[in-house]
Design a protein around this ligand. Structure first.
Ligand code: COA
Length: 371
C-alpha cells in the first residue's frame, strides 16, 4: 500500500473584502427600508420588525472582522443584498473553475512538476454551480490534465473528505498524484438579509496536490485519515433541482444556508473533539506532540473550545491557527487556508492536524508529518 503525501498547496483570495462595519451598514439600511415598506403590517403584528445588526455582536459571537468576496457592490447594495455574478456563456471558463484554476496554478508551481504527473482532479466544495458537466472536469481541461475528474460535496468537510479520497486512490495504485480544489463562493448561498447569519461566510479557493510517497520530494506525509458523518438538520440548504418542480418555487430563504447556530455549537464541539482524540490514540500520536492544528474555520468560540478540549489546556500562541478574522468561515477551504498560510517552522518529524467539520453533520481528521 503506497502512502500519500500532501506535496503542495495553493490559495486564491478574491481582491475585494468587506469589513463588519460595511456589512452592518448595508444590513441596517436594508432593515430600515424593509420596516418602512411594511410599517402597517408591522403595526398590526402581521410582520416582524427587523432589528439592527451590530459590529460588536459579530466580532464577539464569531471572531470575524472581515471577509473576502467576489462582488462587494451587490452584497452591500441594500436593494440587492447578493453578489452580482453574471452568467457566462458555455464556452467561457465558469466562475468556480476560474477560481480553482488560479489556486491550482499556485499549487502546481510550488510543486514544481509537470501536470502530466497528475492522474485525477477532485473538485470538493459545499456547492457546485451546476450539476454537470463536473466542475472538476472543466478544471482538468483548463489545466491540460489527463486521467479522470469528478465533483464531490460534503459541505464544510469537503476538503478532508477529498484528501482521504485522494490518499485512498494513491494507496490502491489508481493514480500517483491527485489535484484537489475547493472553490467556495459562499456569498452566493448566504442570506445577507438574515441578521443571525449575514456575517458568517466569505469566498475563496484552495488547492492541494496529494502525491505518492515514493515519488514525492519533501511535503507532509499523511499519517492517517478518518471521516465521520451523522445526520442533522441543524445546518441545511434546500436549494436543488427539484425546486423547479415544486409549486413553492425557489423564492424562500430555506434555499440558502440556514442553521441553528447554538445547537450546532453544542453538538459539533464534542463530536469533533472526541474524534480527534480517538484518532490520535489509534495512530499512537501523543497529543502533547501535536505542533499545530489547522481546524475548519467556523467561529472563534467553537475553534477555541475544540482546541482546549483536544489539548486539555489553553493552546499556546500559534498552536491553534485562526484565519477566520480576515477570511470568515470559508466552508471546506478554511482548514486548508490555515494550513497553506501557517505551516512554517516545522522540522522533519513534527506532526500537525488538518480537521474539518460542518453540515451533515460531517467531520474529517488528517494527521500529517513533516518530511
Ligand atoms: N447583531 C446583533 N445582535 C444579534 C445579531 C446581529 N447580527 N444576530 C443575533 N443577535 C442577537 C440575537 O437576537 C440574540 O439576542 P437576544 O438574546 O436578545 O434574543 C443574541 O444576539 C444571541 O443570538 P444567538 O443566535 O443565540 O447568538 P449566538 O451567541 O449563539 O451566536 C453564532 C451565533 C452563529 C455565532 C453561534 O451560535 C455559533 O458560532 N454557532 C456555531 C455555528 C457555526 O459555526 N456554523 C458554521 C458551520 S460549521
Amino acid at each position: 500500500m503506497t502512502k500519500a503525501v500532501i506535496a503542495a498547496t495553493g490559495l486564491f483570495t478574491p481582491e475585494q473584502s468587506i469589513s463588519n462595519a460595511e456589512l452592518v451598514e448595508a444590513y441596517n439600511a436594508y432593515a430600515e427600508r424593509f420596516n418602512a415598506r411594511h410599517a402597517n403590517a408591522i403595526m398590526e403584528g402581521d410582520v416582524a420588525e427587523l432589528t439592527p445588526s451590530s459590529v460588536e455582536f459579530i466580532e464577539k459571537a464569531s471572531g470575524i472582522k472581515s471577509r473576502f468576496v467576489l462582488d462587494k457592490a451587490g452584497v452591500l447594495n441594500p436593494d440587492r443584498m447578493a453578489p452580482n455574478l453574471a452568467e457566462r456563456p458555455n464556452d467561457e471558463l465558469s466562475i468556480m473553475a476560474e477560481m480553482a484554476v488560479k489556486a491550482a496554478r499556485q499549487a502546481i508551481e510550488a510543486w514544481g512538476k509537470p501536470v502530466s504527473e497528475i492522474g485525477a482532479v477532485l473538485c470538493a466544495a459545499s456547492n457546485m454551480q451546476r450539476p454537470y458537466p463536473a466542475m472538476a472536469i472543466e478544471v482538468q481541461e483548463a489545466l491540460g490534465i489527463e486521467g479522470f475528474a469528478f465533483d464531490m460535496n460534503v459541505a464544510c468537510s469537503s476538503a478532508t473528505f477529498g484528501i482521504k479520497t485522494a490518499a485512498d486512490f494513491i494507496a490502491s495504485g489508481s493514480v500517483k498524484a491527485v489535484l484537489m480544489v475547493n472553490p467556495e463562493v459562499c456569498s452566493a448561498h448566504l442570506n445577507f438579509k438574515d441578521r443571525d447569519s449575514h456575517f458568517i461566510f466569505g469566498d475563496v479557493c484552495t488547492a492541494v496536490i496529494i502525491e505518492a510517497e515514493d515519488q514525492a520530494v519533501g511535503g507532509w506525509e499523511i499519517l492517517g485519515t478518518r471521516l465521520q458523518t451523522s445526520f442533522s438538520n441543524n445546518i441545511r440548504n434546500n436549494f436543488g433541482f427539484l425546486n423547479n418542480a415544486a409549486p413553492e418555487g425557489i423564492g424562500k430563504p430555506d434555499k440558502m444556508f440556514v442553521q441553528q447556530g447554538r445547537k450546532v455549537f453544542k453538538e459539533v464541539v464534542p463530536m469533533v473533539s472526541d474524534m480527534i482524540v480517538d484518532h490520535a490514540r489509534d495512530l499512537a500520536i501523543n497529543l502533547d506532540d501535536l505542533k499545530r492544528m489547522w481546524l475548519h474555520q467556523a467561529n472563534i468560540n467553537m475553534n477555541e473550545m475544540i482546541g482546549r478540549k483536544v489539548l486539555g489546556r489553553e493552546p499556546r500562541e500559534g498552536e491553534n491557527v485562526i484565519i477566520l478574522d480576515r477570511y470568515a468561515n470559508t466552508s471546506s477551504a478554511g482548514s486548508i487556508i490555515a494550513f497553506h498560510l501557517h505551516n512554517d517552522g516545522f522540522d522533519e518529524g513534527d506532526i500537525g492536524l488538518i480537521c474539518s467539520f460542518g453540515a451533515g453533520y460531517s467531520a474529517g481528521t488528517v494527521f500529517v508529518q513533516k518530511r
